[in-house]
Structure formats: C-alpha cells, structure tokens
Design a protein around this ligand. Structure first.
Ligand code: HEM
Length: 262
C-alpha cells in the first residue's frame, strides 16, 4: 500500500508550488482546445446565418430562380476585380476546411479526455435539455459531418446525384447574359426526392440541438459567468438554433409540398 501524506513527512518539507505533479498536463492543453472549439464554432455560426440568408432567396416572390442563381454567382465572383475569378470563394473554402478539421480534432480530443477522466464513475444522466444535448454533442457532430459530405456531393460537386434531369452542369442565363450554374434547379430537383428532403429536415433538427448547446459552451468558455449575461446568451443560443432550423428545414418541406417549383 502506498504511504498516505501523513506517513510521508518529507512531502511536508516541499513547498506546495514545487511539489511534483502526478502527471504533466496533456498536450495540447484543454483550455487551448476549448478556445479552438469556441473560435471555430463561432465561424460556423456566422457561416450558417449567412448561408441561411442566401438560401431564403428561394422565397423571393418575383423570379426566385434568377435571384438565387444571381446570389450563387455573386458568391463565386466576390471581390472581383480586386482578386481574379473565384479566388475569394476558394480562400473562404480553405478557411472553412481548416476550421472544420480543427473543430473535429479538438472536439474528439476533449471528448476522449472527458471520458478517460470520468472512467467508470460516470454521473447518472440528468434529464435537463442541456445535459442531454451535451452528452450527444459527439454524435450530433458526426451526423453533421456526414451531412456536409453528402451536401457537397449533392449540390456543389454533384457526383452522388447526377441524373438526366438533375446535373450540377445545368446552366442558367442571368439578365446580363452571363451563363452560370443553375443552383436553383439543382436544389429543387434534389428536394423533389422525398428521402433526401426528409434527411435534410432531420439533420436541421440535429444541427439546432448542436448549435444551441455549442453556443451555450462558447459563453462558458469565454467566461460569461454573470447570471444576467448567461440568461441573455442562453436565450440567443436557442433563438439562433430555432431560426436556422425553421429557415432551412422549411425549404425541403416547401419543395415536397409543391410550394416551390421550377
Ligand atoms: C435546407 C438547408 C440547406 C440548403 C437548401 C442549402 C443549399 C445549398 C446550395 C444550393 C449550395 C450550393 C451553392 C452553389 O452551388 O453555389 C450549398 C453549398 C454549401 N452548403 Fe448548404 N444548404 C443548406 C444547409 C446547409 C448546412 C446546414 C450547412 C452546414 C452545416 C451547409 C453547408 C454548405 C457548404 C459548406 C456549401 C459549399 C459552399 C461552397 O464552398 O461553395 N448547408 N448549400
């Protein structure tokens, strides 16, 4: 049996600050991983709100196809002629891929560490919403990652879904005569497939839970401890999650219901 502190007078001689730690802190340190999670998470929240604003152009009453395709084209040619062609879009994609890799790596590392520390003495599950979403962050994160891969294959790269009437090579001519990708008709054709539309809706709900808990964690990690601040941010977390889920999920549902057509 190892001696207790009382049986080891030598330990008393060493100042607390100089006592050897039982094990060195893990690398990268947990606080660094948490800052990475909070920073990359904030980037994704901004992206989701921006992406939602673009997606909602499908509801513009007058020529939604034109507006939506114009917006998709604007995105590809942003900052022209300052930077040539789609340079901005590719730079933006590079930042998103880097942020995604860092987010997934930090999230997995934190999850593994928490599980090791908790060991066999895990606390009983609390039934509050935040404990439930907190415990499912890894799984909701993995579902979202699979969704992003499908989504890119579906609407950006198009390989998973090429067919006679649905091809990412389909083009559309804007009012000024520029020929662009017909992102709008790709979207409509994609959501006309009921399983795909339902998959999108389910994933949007998963994203809402992930977002709501993620924003709550960001507030904690950036030190938001005052009661009032927490209440305001908790409300904002749920509000943003709700806006993203309702705004995005309404689109596949509207196509399925026949409210959005070509
Ligand atoms: C129902 C909801 C959604 C709809 C209707 C939708 C629609 C689209 C469309 C049409 C494109 C292709 C645009 C183009 O070709 O220019 C696109 C690209 C993309 N979407 Fe979504 N999206 C939805 C939800 C999401 C969500 C929840 C995420 C993230 C978790 C996401 C991430 C992306 C990304 C990363 C791209 C690629 C941007 C690029 O690099 O060009 N989307 N989306």
């Amino acid at each position: 049996m190892s001696p207790t502190i009382q049986e080891r007078p030598d330990l008393d001689q060493i100042p607390v600050a100089k006592r050897p730690a039982t094990s060195p802190p893990p690398r990268p340190q947990t606080w660094i991983l948490k800052v990475i999670m909070a920073t990359t998470g904030s980037i994704f929240i901004l992206f989701l709100l921006f992406h939602l604003a673009g997606n909602l152009k499908v509801y513009l009453p007058d020529d939604p196809q034109g507006h939506f395709n114009e917006y998709a084209h604007w995105l590809r040619t942003l900052l022209n002629p300052l930077v040539p062609g789609s340079t901005f879009l590719w730079a933006f994609r590079a930042v998103m891929v880097l942020a995604l890799c860092l987010h997934v790596y930090s999230g997995l590392t934190l999850w593994i560490r928490a599980h090791r520390l908790r060991g066999r003495h895990a606390r009983k599950v609390h039934s509050t919403k935040h404990h439930l979403t907190g415990r499912t962050m890894l799984w909701s994160g993995l579902i979202i990652l699979s969704f992003i891969i499908f989504h890119l294959l579906d609407l950006t790269i198009g390989r998973a879904v090429e067919s006679k009437e649905f091809s990412t090579k389909a083009t559309y001519t804007l009012h000024d005569g520029t020929v662009v990708t017909d992102a709008y008709s790709n979207l409509i054709h994609s959501f006309e497939r009921a399983p795909v539309a339902i998959f999108y809706v389910v994933v949007m709900i998963v994203i809402a839970f992930h977002l709501s808990h993620g924003i709550w964690s960001i507030i904690n990690d950036f030190g938001g401890t005052a009661h009032r601040t927490r209440m305001v941010f908790l409300f904002l977390a749920d509000l943003i999650a709700l806006i993203v889920v309702i705004g995005n999920a309404s689109i596949p549902l509207a196509v399925l219901a026949g409210g959005l057509t070509l």
